[in-house]
Design a protein around this ligand. Structure first.
Ligand SMILES: NC(=O)c1ccc[n+]([C@@H]2O[C@H](COP(=O)([O-])OP(=O)(O)OC[C@H]3O[C@@H](n4cnc5c(N)ncnc54)[C@H](OP(=O)(O)O)[C@@H]3O)[C@@H](O)[C@H]2O)c1
Length: 293
């Protein structure tokens, strides 16, 4: 029998990729989101994904379909006022509805670790220092609680900086460099970048690793860049614009990055090369695209 999945956030970049990959693997997939861009529902339908209009801040979880797997791929960075209603209360109600009936792949974030100069692995203590990071760490703990209570299994995929030609930190930096504006105050802050394709691949494969108690895996690039190094590499390929920071040096203590060792050992190296991530942004930067994050 076909396995059934619910992808919450299926109109988003990771969610649509995950839902499409699951369909290609033979899963029966429902894709829930607010569908604030309604045309995305037709796009999902065309790909064999059943769209469900569902807002976690107001929807009734009882109306969601019975499934074997729940992939959580939601956030709304444009609504800081909804950080807790979405990430904690809203996702929590969905997880409670499926506890004991389905297993969970939770698309999370390395912001759970907080800012620090080193690269924490998954066993490092989480010390989130932003409200957003705290809400996502609380979300992980809530999922762990429901798994403990019900026997469900879960994995937290802690993402950092996915990129496409149109979206992500490389695109944002490239547009800022072209405008000659400041890239901020932390040229020495460390970071890692990865392709959206690798986020999707790791997330789909993470289903094989759900566990009780739940486990975590970082999902990020292998190469460490400082912000200035990445900006200079983008600038060199652009051949125009200017790399400007508010100060010449500093900001390492504001690094948000993580150790990709477990990801590489479980799922292999990222497939998309770092140069490709930059080149495909540069190739489209004059094409009139706008960032859609
Ligand atoms: N992309 C990255 O580099 C990155 C980095 C770290 C972590 N992550 C994590 O990865 C996950 C997916 O990110 P993404 O890049 O795919 O984001 P995205 O493209 O902005 O998609 C977000 C999704 O969440 C849905 N959503 C937002 N609020 C909702 C609500 N109240 N009820 C139901 N659905 C809601 C959106 O649906 P509508 O717009 O249709 O309402 C959309 O489908 C998130 O948890 C994010 O924190 C991503």
């Amino acid at each position: 029998m076909k396995e059934r999945a619910l992808v919450l956030g299926a109109s988003g970049k990771v969610g649509e990729g995950v839902a499409s990959s699951l369909v290609a693997e033979g899963w029966q997939v429902s894709g829930a989101a607010r569908f604030s861009k309604p045309e995305k529902a037709d796009r999902l339908r065309d790909k064999g994904i059943e769209p469900l209009v569902y807002d976690v801040t107001s929807g009734d979880p009882a109306l969601l379909p019975e499934v074997d797997a729940v992939f959580l791929e939601i956030w709304d960075p444009s609504r800081p006022d909804l950080i807790w209603p979405i990430n904690f209360y809203g996702v929590g109600r969905v997880v409670e509805r499926y506890a004991g009936r389905a297993n969970f792949v939770n698309g999370c974030t390395i912001n759970v670790y907080g800012e620090r100069p080193d690269a924490p692995d998954e066993d490092a203590p989480c010390r989130p220092n932003t409200d957003y990071g705290r809400s996502r760490y609380s979300q992980e703990r809530l999922i762990d609680y429901f798994c403990h209570r019900s026997g469900s299994k879960a994995i937290h995929v802690r993402y950092a900086h996915a990129n496409t030609a149109d979206s992500g930190i490389i695109r944002r930096m490239a547009e800022t460099i072209v405008r000659g504006e400041s890239l901020g105050a932390n040229p020495d802050a460390k970071m890692r970048v990865i392709g959206m394709e690798d986020f999707v691949r790791v997330t789909v494969n993470a289903w094989q690793r759900v566990a009780n108690p739940p486990v975590a895996v970082n999902c990020c690039g292998v190469r460490v860049w400082t912000q200035r190094e990445l900006a200079e590499a983008i600038h060199a390929r652009l051949g125009r614009g200017q790399v400007v920071f508010d100060r010449d040096a500093g900001g390492e203590e504001h690094s948000v990055q993580a150790d990709p060792g477990r990801m590489v050992s479980w799922f292999g190296e990222p497939a998309v090369a770092q140069e490709t991530l930059i080149d495909r942004v540069v190739a489209t930067i004059d094409g009139g695209h706008t960032q859609d994050d």
